[in-house]
Design a protein around this ligand. Structure first.
Ligand code: UDP
Length: 402
């Protein structure tokens, strides 16, 4: 696997976890458990880490490409050629993989470059698409200029594209990636960690709305705070962002606090700061409902984690959330950026115990039946096997051309 900016070690270590880190870590660990040899290549962003680290049965290889320091991911493109070259040399030295699975578009560029040089087939998961980001963030989007054309090209040259939800399939088809090159396999959830039974974070008497994620504008926290004004008595707990002790200095957290005060709900909003992965289930279990209200969301792990803890989800009807949340069965979908509609749904749900309990039970069933990592990793392993076989079938042609 190639995950240029998102190391699985960050997810396993604790607080600095986004969706891609968590996805790669869980997928690699489960594939290893199922008997596969898994190696994850990620960029070295710290001079002191060893070149190879073994964790949960798989290896993480730190690739020296660019300075050994944390760089914004939008600055990594110039280092992908060095990344590819180093990885190809490593494959030659240690043995060719049967398949390379790239996560995010820049990993795809490195994987295709090394794959072409070494005759290794490439499977691509985008995790996020530049065109969607640009549509929602406009000039605030700092992605490299040609990201969307690279993503389109990748879709045409890799051996298989994994899409994680129907919305992504629609987007890619619209960009000109042929649908028959895609296989839909969603992300998974760790059902051993995220389960309904176990300790819960302390709470008072107010109904609790929980929201979880990196503190970035597109996650829709402002709309949620505005909605809270229309949900009497309820409290909103925001999990994520910088560590608690740095929250006071975080400009966005400060803006959200000011907004809460302006809306008259300052006393009903709590920011916990970053929480370690192992501690996340306690927060989900403490909630009456999880609100996931982004403007857009390529996949969205937090609703799945809440569902696996038996918690109903109110989500905006965007991206992957329209696949995971079954409206009226495991929770409810609302239009994005509409605090009024959000308030109405939350108000009704928090006063309807029967509906909440039945949504929670259905959410748990759905998480367990569809999204467990053993199932999802098994489906991806089937894709790897099919891809490797199809690629091997073309060996004669490739040799003739060479
Ligand atoms: N997360 C965490 N600690 C926090 C906040 C979030 O471990 O303080 C985890 C959360 O449990 C989830 C991931 O970060 O696994 C967020 O993934 P999601 O797909 O929801 O959002 P992304 O960060 O990829 O935009």
């Amino acid at each position: 696997m190639i995950s240029e900016h998102a190391s699985p070690l960050a997810a396993l270590g604790g607080v600095d976890a986004g969706g891609q880190n968590a996805h790669v870590a869980a997928l690699a660990a489960e594939l290893a458990r199922q008997g596969h040899d898994v190696r994850v290549y990620t960029r070295r962003d710290d001079p002191d880490v060893p070149e190879t680290v073994t964790v949960r049965g798989f290896e993480v290889v730190h690739v020296p490409a660019g300075p050994p320091a944390v760089l914004p991911k939008d600055d990594l493109l110039p280092h992908m050629a060095a990344f590819a070259e180093w990885m190809a040399a490593d494959w030659r030295a240690t043995g060719m993989p049967d398949v390379a699975h790239a996560h995010f578009w820049m990993s795809g560029l490195a994987a295709v470059t090394a794959g072409r040089a070494c005759d290794v087939p490439v499977v691509q998961t985008y995790h996020a698409l530049g065109a969607v980001k640009r549509r929602h963030q406009g000039t605030a989007d700092t992605s490299p200029e040609h990201r969307t054309s690279y993503e389109r090209q990748l879709g045409r040259v890799v051996d298989r594209v994994i899409v994680q939800c129907h919305d992504e399939e629609r987007e890619l088809t619209g960009m000109g990636v042929p649908r028959e090159r895609m296989t839909l396999v969603p992300s998974g959830v760790d059902l051993d960690l995220f389960r309904p039974d176990g300790p819960a974070a302390p709470r008072g008497g107010r109904p609790r709305i929980l929201t979880v994620g990196r503190l970035v504008e597109r996650k829709g926290y402002a709309e949620l705070i505005r909605a809270l004004a229309g949900v009497p008595d309820a409290e909103l707990v925001v999990v994520g962002g910088p560590p608690a002790e740095q929250l006071a200095d975080d400009p966005y957290a400060r803006r959200l606090r000011d907004l809460a005060r302006e809306c008259g709900v300052g006393h009903r909003v709590t920011f916990t700061g970053a929480v370690g992965v192992a501690d996340m289930p306690r927060w989900y279990r403490s909630a009456d409902v999880l609100a996931a209200t982004p403007w857009y969301e390529p996949f969205g792990l937090t609703p799945l984690e809440a569902m696996a803890c038996g918690v109903p989800v109110v989500a905006t009807a965007v991206g992957g959330l329209t696949d995971t949340v079954v409206d009226g069965v495991t929770g409810e979908l609302v239009p994005p950026r509409d605090p009024k509609a959000l308030a109405a749904v939350l108000r009704r749900l928090l006063t309807d115990d029967v509906r909440r309990v039945s949504y929670g039970a259905a959410a748990l069933d759905r998480a367990r039946l569809v999204y467990g990592w053993p199932t999802i990793a098994g489906r991806l392993a089937d894709v790897y096997a099919e891809t490797a076989h199809a690629f091997a079938d073309t060996t004669d042609v490739r040799e003739a051309v060479a």
